[in-house]
Design a protein around this ligand. Structure first.
Ligand SMILES: *Cc1c(COP(=O)(O)O)cnc(C)c1O
Length: 399
């Protein structure tokens, strides 16, 4: 355990976001240092021997641990309220490591159907190649969850709110079923962020993040993190990461670390604008459906209100007139940018059917309700009035 800066007992997550996990060098820098080094040196051969025997706790190689990465891990760990956290090179590295580190040939994985597209590929194509059986369940169908978890299951994996239809899954209920089945519940918490949803408090065992999204939040770097119990990290995750090597770059860890300082302020401001944008869209004649978990007409609203302390920064919308009108609106936007990324200070919009989910089989897209009429908007830090004006003029171009 690195020698992190001493902090007062029981400080809030808000304060931990600024001070947590700081490792100050002998130069007494204020801002956290970027330790851009792959290796570390030893005063003597004996010291190197002791380090490799595990007799002394120190940095030996950045694939194992690095001081800047440690600062990021400790800070996010404090915000999440987890026992342990490991940073990795991307959100997909986090998901794959969280699953693969504990699954073996012959094991069963049960996952929600509405998954981020690469997570869907891991569950349905990559893990089955290693002899792991996968069953997908409609996230809101409790009978289907019960049936799926009545068979021996090693891991349960889900995301809520889901991408891109913002489907909500009852975390406490699935945690209970997972526990009864003896399964480890892994939650991809990217859309909710560590600010608005605490899966571990609701009974989940492991949480994953793509720091590429809200945690960096300014579109600069890829990264990911896995959080869970000290036992899970020590016994399962750490050996897997050390030897398979999806290490987080110290530079990217630093971007995410500094992003954590302003994460809460940013996502609260973005969520406030997202609610206004969703309400505006719901009333617009060009719109067939405005989907935002904070709206009472959103199917998952009640569960979201119970398990989230804010409703997130993403709004999805179905336009009248299908693909043609979606493209017309996208092309008419002036402030909001067309991009498949999300969680950025800049508002970003995409047409999932032809971008993020272009390779998802049509029958699967139909089951997920991802049609040619759907747009996904990630609300950024611009003023809500400007976003609404931009959307209004773009949707009017449909008229
Ligand atoms: C972006 C994202 C990922 C993958 O993260 P990367 O950093 O792009 O690898 C996984 N899950 C969800 C829900 C995401 O939005």
């Amino acid at each position: 355990m690195p020698d992190y800066q001493d902090l007062p007992e029981n400080i809030s997550a808000q304060s931990a976001a600024v001070h947590g996990g700081l490792l100050r060098s002998s130069h007494m820098e204020n801002a956290e240092a970027i330790y851009m080094t792959s290796g570390f040196v030893y005063e003597s051969a004996e010291e190197a021997e002791a380090a490799f025997k595990g007799e002394i706790d120190r940095y030996v190689y950045s694939r194992y641990a690095n001081p800047t990465v440690s600062m990021f891990e400790e800070r996010l760990r404090m915000i999440e309220g987890a026992e342990a956290c490991m940073g990795v090179g991307s959100g997909m590295a986090a998901v794959f490591a969280a699953l693969a580190c504990q699954l073996s040939a012959g094991d069963r994985l049960v996952a929600s159907r509405a998954l981020f597209s690469s997570c869907h590929v891991i569950a349905t194509q990559i893990l089955p190649r290693y002899g792991i059986e996968t069953e997908l369940v409609d996230g809101g169908d409790m009978d289907a969850w019960e049936a799926a978890l009545s068979k021996p299951t090693k891991v349960v994996f889900l995301e809520t709110p889901s991408n891109p239809t913002l489907e909500i899954i009852d975390l406490a209920a699935i945690a209970k079923l997972s526990k009864q089945a003896g399964a480890c519940l892994v939650v991809d918490n990217v859309f909710a962020t560590p600010i608005f949803q605490k899966p571990l408090e609701l009974g989940a065992d492991v949480v994953t993040y793509s720091t590429t999204k809200h945690i960096d939040g300014q579109g600069r770097s890829l990264g990911g993190a896995v959080l869970g119990s000290a036992d899970f990290v020590e016994e399962k995750l750490l050996p897997f990461l050390r030897h398979t090597g999806p290490a987080l770059s110290p530079f990217n860890a630093w971007a995410a670390l500094k992003g954590l300082e302003t994460l809460e302020l940013r996502v609260r401001a973005e969520a406030e604008s997202a609610a206004k944008v969703a309400d505006f869209l719901a009333e617009h004649p060009a719109v067939a459906q405005s989907i935002y978990p904070g709206r009472s007409d959103c199917p998952g609203h009640e569960i979201a209100a119970r398990q989230m302390s804010g409703f997130g920064t993403l709004v999805s919308v179905r336009l009248n007139g299908g693909k043609a009108n979606c493209f017309k609106a996208l092309n008419a936007l002036r402030l909001i940018k067309i991009s498949n990324n999300l969680g950025d200070a800049k508002s970003l919009i995409c047409h999932p059917d032809t971008s993020t989910h272009a390779k998802t089989p049509p029958e699967e897209k139909a089951r997920l309700n991802i049609g040619p009429d759907l747009l996904r908007l990630s609300v950024g830090l611009e003023s809500a009035d400007d976003l609404i004006r931009d959307l209004d003029q773009a949707l009017t171009a449909n008229g």
